[in-house]
Design a protein around this ligand. Structure first.
Ligand code: 13P
Length: 324
């Protein structure tokens, strides 16, 4: 494992003032986004929207890296260059989603376990050759009356740790993403407890596998009220509880915490991140690795029409600048 190279990549991704664009929606998920516009889920449309974002002039001022889906890393842009080459020419580091999605977990009704470890070492080696320098694996933890189960939290932490170690051995900085979902009606206190439990389990597993923490990044949920909670708390409380939870669980050797937006609106995701940094943050850089919260306005501004590319780029750059 080349520890120094991993550390340099992780620091470059978590550099102050910049964050990550998560443009790694799987093909079915991208289909849902396009369906919002009444558009078919075609490779050409997926490429055009993503290429529009990746060629936004000046994006490198606030975007340090972009997470791609396998299809995109292999797609040629309209000028024939590969997508990784386009990003590199913008001064942006290409990354890749390597998990195989969250699937129903055996003997755990209502819960999911992320797949994709079997051929991961081979895939990481190929992705490195194709230009990727970091990768991402998302685990899903669902809160319910009796969920999550200990088996689900442990199995997902173990898979994240195996993934992180395999990635580092292949020269890729692993983004470790245990997402405690905000679906449901649970309180922020319940989200805090489950997030604390999950992160403690994940960091124990990472230590067990000999993962080099300065060459990793964490992509967590914020500690937040569920979407349908009766008493959704405000921005300051989300920021305070999230920081408290992270300080209790995430070792300072981790260089950056890059939040997912998880269904928050664009404005909420920006306000929460700002409030956390305004209160002094923590021993790590605190930034973003947003998908929907960076792309939603841009998607609507584009609308499937290449004549609107400049407007879509402007919408994307606006969110990137506010989050940066
Ligand atoms: P959201 O910011 O839309 O949650 O997406 C981030 C991500 O990459 C989820 O895996």
């Amino acid at each position: 494992m080349d520890r120094e190279a991993l550390e340099a990549t992780a620091r470059a991704l978590a550099v102050p003032g910049k964050g990550i664009l998560a443009a790694d929606e799987s093909t079915p998920t991208m289909g849902k986004r396009l369906a919002q516009l009444g558009l078919p889920n075609e490779p050409g449309l997926r490429r055009e929207f993503r290429e529009t974002l990746f060629t936004a002039p000046g994006m490198e001022q606030h975007i340090s890296g972009v997470i791609l889906f396998d299809e995109t890393l292999r797609q040629a842009a309209s000028d024939g260059r590969g997508m990784a080459e386009i990003l590199e020419s913008q001064g942006v580091i290409p990354g890749i989603k390597v998990d195989g999605g969250a699937h129903p977990m055996d003997d755990a009704p209502g819960e999911k376990l992320t797949a994709g470890l079997d051929d991961l070492a081979e895939r990481c080696a190929e992705y490195y050759e194709l230009g990727a320098r970091f990768d991402k694996w998302r685990a899903v933890i669902t809160i319910g009356d009796t969920l999550p189960s200990a088996a689900c939290v442990q199995a997902n932490a173990d898979a994240l740790a195996d993934y992180a170690r395999i990635s580092q051995d292949a020269g890729l900085v692993p983004i470790v993403e245990p997402e405690v979902m905000m679906d449901g009606n649970h309180s922020i206190g319940r989200c805090y407890k489950v997030t604390e439990w999950t992160l403690n389990t994940v960091y124990a597993a990472l230590a067990d596998r000999g993962v080099h923490l300065p060459g990793t990044l964490l992509k967590p949920n914020m500690v937040i009220s569920a979407n349908d909670a009766d008493d959704r708390v405000g921005v300051e409380e989300v920021a305070r509880k999230t920081l408290r939870c992270l300080k209790a669980t995430v070792p300072p050797a981790v260089p950056g915490i890059m939040f997912l937006s998880g269904g928050q609106s664009e404005a909420e995701a920006t306000a929460h991140l700002n409030a956390m940094n305004a209160t002094g943050g923590g021993p790590w850089e605190l930034s973003f690795s947003y998908g929907r919260a960076l792309q939603q306005s841009a998607l609507y501004a584009w609308g499937g029409d290449s004549a609107n590319c400049t407007a879509a780029q402007a919408a994307f750059l606006h969110r990137a600048r506010l989050n940066g």
